[in-house]
Design a protein around this ligand. Structure first.
Ligand code: BTN
Length: 317
């Protein structure tokens, strides 16, 4: 590990605290000059670090930069992790890693994305400093018939991670959006790599985008998108998300997350409008989320149907 990285780890573990140059040099086993050089390079990266004679250096408690070092401080799983300031799309980065053989749990995080992908071919607004954009490679014995269940599991994991870190409980809109006070704060898109010959899924790649900080949204999102109104660390949220995602998907067959998902559903019991791809929207009543993650609806004529595909969007009336 580089001096810069060791120093960042130390600062993140002792945020808001002055640490003398001498004790940093001692604990990192390097010279004072090397410490000074590493502090300078962290400052150039944008870390709010101040130095006071006779007290030492301090990383401001308000520092909000994402880093591998800070995520690993609270991360319980040992996984390969890459944190970008900016990338095109963490989903794309993870797909490439998965094709190259990356193992279960490999995660990619970005502070901003230039080509964030959303559901139904839409783009996902991903400005710098405001959100958390995370994708993972999940390797397990999944098959295509489980795609909605995996999406539901990923959604429950994201909601639980947000609740654990921010103290705020989001509402879940089937199949995989999280809302607060009627505004979307998190979107999830699960992609998969399949083996053409066997038809088996070789990797599932959930991509999660969370609006963490107050922001001006572009015109088309205004009034529809929101953020989490709490003070919390994006690094801690990233660690919790990765841990929960791994724990939930490792035990996917026990469906233990379904109770949480149902309890926080903002759709069940409501009159909704359903739009299937390339079809006119129709009204229905949302009755339940079944054990495989499907949404059971009742049409106006009393007919019941279970929606199971991601190529459906619903609106609550
Ligand atoms: C949606 O609401 O339409 C799903 C949005 C999913 C966005 C996330 S952000 C991290 C990951 N990388 C992407 O390009 N998309 C997903």
């Amino acid at each position: 590990m580089s001096v810069r990285s060791e120093l960042l780890k130390l600062f993140e573990a002792r945020r808001g605290e002055y640490i003398s140059g001498e004790s940093i040099a001692l604990s990192l086993g390097v010279s004072r000059a090397a410490v000074w050089k590493a502090v300078k390079s962290l400052k150039e990266e944008g870390y709010p670090i101040d130095g006071v004679p006779n007290r030492g250096y301090r990383l401001s408690a308000a520092s909000d930069l994402l880093s591998e070092e800070a995520v690993r401080l609270t991360l319980r799983h040992q996984i390969p992790l890459t944190v970008y300031g900016e990338t095109d799309s963490t989903l794309k980065r993870c797909s490439i890693l998965a094709l190259e053989g990356a193992g279960n749990g490999t995660a990619v995080i970005a502070d901003s994305q230039t080509a964030g992908r959303g559901r139904l071919g839409r783009s996902f607004y991903s400005p710098p400093g405001k959100g958390l954009y995370l994708s993972m490679v999940l390797r397990a014995d999944f098959d295509m018939s489980r795609s909605v269940l995996i999406t539901v599991a990923a959604c429950a994991a994201a909601a639980q991670a947000i609740e654990a870190v921010t103290g705020i409980t989001p509402d879940i809109k089937w199949v995989n959006d999280l809302y607060l006070n009627g505004k979307k704060i998190c979107g999830i898109l699960c992609e998969a790599l399949t083996d053409f010959e066997s038809g088996q899924i070789t990797a599932v790649i959930p991509g999660i985008g969370i609006n963490c900080r107050p922001q001006e949204f572009p015109e088309e999102l205004r009034g529809k998108a929101g953020w989490i109104p709490a003070s919390f660390s994006r690094n801690e949220l990233a660690a919790e998300l990765i841990d929960r995602m791994l724990e939930i998907t490792e035990n996917i067959e026990d469906r233990s997350f379904m109770d949480y998902y149902r309890a926080h559903s903002m759709v069940v019991g409501k009159e909704i409008s359903v739009r299937k791809i390339n079809q006119e929207p129709f009204p229905a009543r949302a009755l339940a989320v079944d054990n495989d993650g499907g949404l059971v609806i009742r049409h106006g004529d009393g007919r019941e149907e279970t929606l199971t595909t991601g190529e459906v969007s619903i609106r609550i009336k």
